[in-house]
Design a protein around this ligand. Structure first.
Ligand code: PRP
Ligand code: URA
Length: 206
């Protein structure tokens, strides 16, 4: 299952973030803003509870979030989405998975892992700007499930049919939300048209 979250404001920001002339400072701002838009949709079905709130005029029934939310950025580029999602759910816990693709084979290997002990109880949201082959995302889902996570969502900025198919085949229960589903992968397993290397563009290491 996946959803491309389309909206004129997202399209506008995608045009800017794809542009090779966009420097790392602006790229980071755009990644944060796009993340907020996509997460807004991804969090639509999170559970809420009724609460009584006293306004200056009366007491009224309101709703507040009622789920433990665990955000899991995939290092390093996923950190560029962390502020965006935390501005929507400031109380979320945060776990990290460090994964790096081999430049030749595009296979992801793990170099770091620190997850909260609460993943079984809540909803885990993996954030990474790019789901290309899907290898990094699948590895992160594997890790979360091995720790007991039962409800997992992936939020990315750019993906492509190959990556979506791979994630769906490995984990059909996991829904992927993206700002755009691009056309394809090139020979180097980069998404085309894409936005290039998200980590390098976020951190100015190009
Ligand atoms: C990028 C990106 C994803 C992964 C996507 O990270 O941020 O994690 O590649 O590719 P995949 O779907 O084919 O696995 P990269 O390995 O370049 O590391 P970085 O975040 O440190 O730049
Ligand atoms: N990683 C990136 O940062 N960009 C891609 O297009 C593919 C993998």
């Amino acid at each position: 299952m996946h959803q491309e979250v389309t909206h004129p404001c997202i399209q506008h920001k995608l045009a800017l973030i794809r542009d090779c002339e966009t420097g790392h400072q602006k790229f980071r701002e755009l990644a944060t803003e796009i993340t907020m838009f996509v997460c807004y949709e991804a969090l639509r079905h999170v559970k809420v509870k009724d609460v009584d709130v006293e306004t200056p005029l009366t007491t009224t029934k309101c709703q507040m979030l009622d789920e433990q939310i665990i955000v899991v950025p995939i290092l390093r580029a996923g950190v560029g989405m962390l502020n965006g999602i935390l501005s929507l759910v400031p109380s979320a816990r945060v776990g990290f998975v460090g994964l790096e693709r081999d430049e030749q084979t595009a296979e992801a290997s793990t170099y770091y892992e620190k997850l909260p002990g609460h993943v079984a109880d809540g909803i885990s949201i993996i954030v990474d700007p790019m789901v290309a082959t899907g290898g990094s995302t699948i590895a992160a889902i594997d890790k979360l499930k091995s720790k007991g996570a039962r409800r997992i969502i992936v939020v990315c900025i750019v993906t492509c049919p190959e990556g979506l198919e791979a994630v769906h085949k490995a984990h059909p229960d996991v829904q992927v939300y993206a700002a755009t589903i691009d056309a394809e992968l090139n020979d180097m397993k980069y998404i085309v048209p894409g936005l290039g290397d998200a980590g390098d563009r976020l951190y100015g290491t190009v």
